[in-house]
Design a binder for this molecule. Structure first.
Ligand SMILES: Cc1ncc(COP(=O)(O)O)c(C=O)c1O
Length: 456
C-alpha cells in the first residue's frame, strides 16, 4: 500500500478511466486534433493541456457552478478557472455590468466614474489607502517588487520555498535536495542570476527568515498569508506576528499576495486575521473574468514611492515609471470590479460558500477515516484541499514531497468522467455562490466510490 492505496490497482483503474474518457469525449478529441495544428500545445494556454484525461475537454457553456462540454457532458465545476471564476460563471450582475460598459467604451486610458467607487471600496475593504490596477496578479507582483527596489535601494526579494506568485522571474526558485536554491524545475532562469535577485527560505521558519533579512540586501518579502499553491500550508502560531515584527525591524516592505486567499472572506485572510501588510496584491476573481488585479500600498509606502516617483506636473517630461500597461485600469475592468465587489463578494455569499466548503471538508475527513488513509484535508473559507500526508505540512518542501502524480491523475479523472471537476495540479476545490449541497455530496459520494476501488 502506498499512501493508503493499492498502487497496482490505481494504475489499472487509471487505464480504464482513460478509456472511458475517450469514449465520452469524441468531439473534444476531434477539436483537439485540429487545435494541435494551430496552438503550440493544442490549446491557447499550455496549462489547458494539463487536465486529467487524454486532451482538454472543450467547453460549450459555463453557468454558475456548472460547465457543459461540446459532447454534451455536464460538470460541477470546483476548479472555477482556478480561482478566476470563484464567484461563478456568467454571474448575472457582472455580465450585465460588462455588457453595458462594452457598449460605452472598454479601454480609454482615462478614468470613468466607476473608478471612484472602486477606489473607495478597495480602501474600505482592505484598509490600505492607495491602489493601482494591472491586468494580472503576476503583473501586480512584478510592479510592486520593482517599486520596493526603487524605494529601498536594495536588489533582492525574499520568497518562501514552493511559492507561486505567477511567472515572476525572481520567485521561480526552489531548494534542491542539498538545500541550495536553484531555478524551479522546468523553468528557465531567463537570464537572471538568482543569487543576485532572490533569497529563499522555508515558510514558518522565523530563524531562517531573520538570518536572511540580516544580510540587509532585501527589498521586499513576498508571500501568501497561507500557502495555497503546493497543497495548503498554514502559518504556524506566531508566524505572522514574527514575520511582521522582523520585516519592520529590518525595514523590509511586506507584500501579502491574497490572489488565492481571498477565498477566506470578503477582505481576505489579512482582513480575517488583522494582518498589516505594506503592500497588498489581489487578482483573478475580482472582475468576473475580465483580466484584472489590484495592488495597494500603505501610507508610509506611498510617501516613499512619491519621493522617487512624484505626481506628474503639467509641462513635465513624461515619465515611464516602469510599470503600467495601456489596458490596465480600463473602463471594463472598473465596471466589472464595481459589480463584483458591490453585488457578488458579499458577506452573505461568503457565508454560503464557506458553509458548503465545510460540508465538503467534513465529508472528505469522514472518507479519510473510513478508508484509513494517511491523508488530511484543509479548508480556508471557500477553498478545500486534500493532501497525501497525515497532518498539515509545516512548509512548502514538506507539502511538495506529499504529492503523488499517479494517485492525483486517477482521482481527478475518475471524478471528471462522472461530472466533477477538481483544480488541475492540485486536489483543490472551490465553492462559488451558485454551488449547492447536492454538488458537494456528489463529489463526496464519487470520491468514496473511487477510493473503494483501490483500498482494502
Ligand atoms: C498567489 C498567487 N499570486 C499570483 C498568481 C498569478 O495570477 P495570474 O495568473 O492571474 O497572473 C497566482 C496564480 O495562481 C497565485 O496563486
Amino acid at each position: 500500500m502506498t499512501l493508503g492505496l493499492d498502487l497496482e490497482r490505481v494504475s489499472a483503474r487509471y487505464q480504464a478511466e482513460l478509456q472511458l474518457f475517450a469514449e465520452c469525449h469524441p468531439r473534444s478529441a476531434e477539436l483537439y486534433q485540429e487545435n494541435l495544428k494551430h496552438w503550440l500545445y493544442g490549446a491557447p494556454l499550455h496549462w489547458m493541456q494539463q487536465w486529467p484525461g487524454l486532451y482538454p475537454i472543450m467547453v460549450a457553456d459555463a453557468q454558475g457552478a456548472t460547465l457543459t462540454d461540446v459532447d454534451g457532458n455536464n460538470y460541477v465545476d470546483f476548479a472555477l478557472g482556478d480561482t478566476g471564476a470563484m464567484f461563478g460563471h456568467a454571474q448575472p450582475a457582472v455580465a450585465a455590468a460588462i455588457s453595458h460598459q462594452v457598449r460605452h467604451g472598454s479601454t480609454l486610458m482615462l478614468p470613468t466614474e466607476d473608478s471612484l467607487w472602486v477606489g473607495k471600496e478597495l480602501v474600505r475593504r482592505f484598509g490600505l489607502p492607495y491602489w493601482q490596477v494591472t491586468t494580472s496578479a503576476t503583473d501586480a507582483n512584478r510592479f510592486v517588487l520593482r517599486l520596493c527596489r526603487m524605494i529601498s535601494g536594495r536588489e533582492k526579494i525574499l520568497v518562501f520555498n514552493c511559492n507561486y506568485h505567477g511567472s515572476v522571474d525572481e520567485s521561480q526558485v526552489e531548494f534542491d535536495a542539498a538545500g541550495q536554491m536553484i531555478p524551479r524545475e522546468g523553468v528557465h532562469a531567463n537570464g537572471l542570476k538568482h543569487d543576485a535577485t532572490t533569497r529563499l527560505v522555508e515558510f514558518n521558519d522565523l530563524p531562517a527568515l531573520e538570518a536572511a533579512l540580516a544580510h540587509g540586501d532585501i527589498a521586499a518579502v513576498l508571500t501568501e498569508p497561507f500557502m495555497t499553491n503546493v497543497g495548503m500550508v498554514p502559518p504556524a502560531d506566531g508566524f505572522h506576528a514574527g514575520l511582521r515584527e522582523l520585516t519592520r525591524r529590518y525595514d523590509v516592505p511586506l507584500v501579502i499576495d491574497e490572489t488565492h486567499t481571498i477565498s477566506c472572506g470578503p477582505s481576505g485572510y489579512s482582513g480575517e486575521h488583522g494582518l498589516e501588510p505594506d503592500f497588498f496584491v489581489l487578482g483573478k476573481c475580482i472582475a468576473g473574468g475580465i483580466p484584472t488585479a489590484v495592488w495597494g500600498a500603505s501610507q508610509a509606502m506611498a510617501e516613499r514611492i512619491w519621493q522617487v516617483l512624484p505626481h506628474f506636473q503639467p509641462g513635465q517630461a513624461i515619465n515611464h515609471f516602469g510599470f503600467g500597461g495601456t489596458l490596465a485600469g480600463n473602463a471594463l475592468q472598473m465596471a466589472a470590479m464595481r459589480a463584483t465587489f458591490g453585488e457578488v463578494m458579499t458577506a452573505a455569499n461568503y457565508a454560503h460558500m464557506t458553509a458548503l466548503a465545510e460540508r465538503l471538508r467534513e465529508g472528505v475527513q469522514a472518507l479519510i477515516d473510513k478508508h484509513r488513509l494517511p491523508w488530511h484535508v484543509t479548508r480556508i473559507g471557500a477553498r478545500v484541499e486534500y493532501l497525501f500526508m497525515t497532518h498539515a505540512p509545516r512548509n512548502g518542501g514538506e507539502a511538495h514531497h506529499a504529492r503523488h502524480g499517479l494517485i492525483e491523475a486517477y482521482l481527478h479523472l475518475y471524478l471528471l468522467n462522472r461530472g466533477v471537476l477538481l483544480t488541475p495540479f492540485h486536489n483543490m476545490l472551490l465553492m462559488c455562490p451558485a454551488a449547492t449541497a447536492e454538488n458537494v455530496d456528489l463529489h463526496n459520494r464519487l470520491l468514496d466510490e473511487c477510493l473503494t476501488q483501490v483500498t482494502g
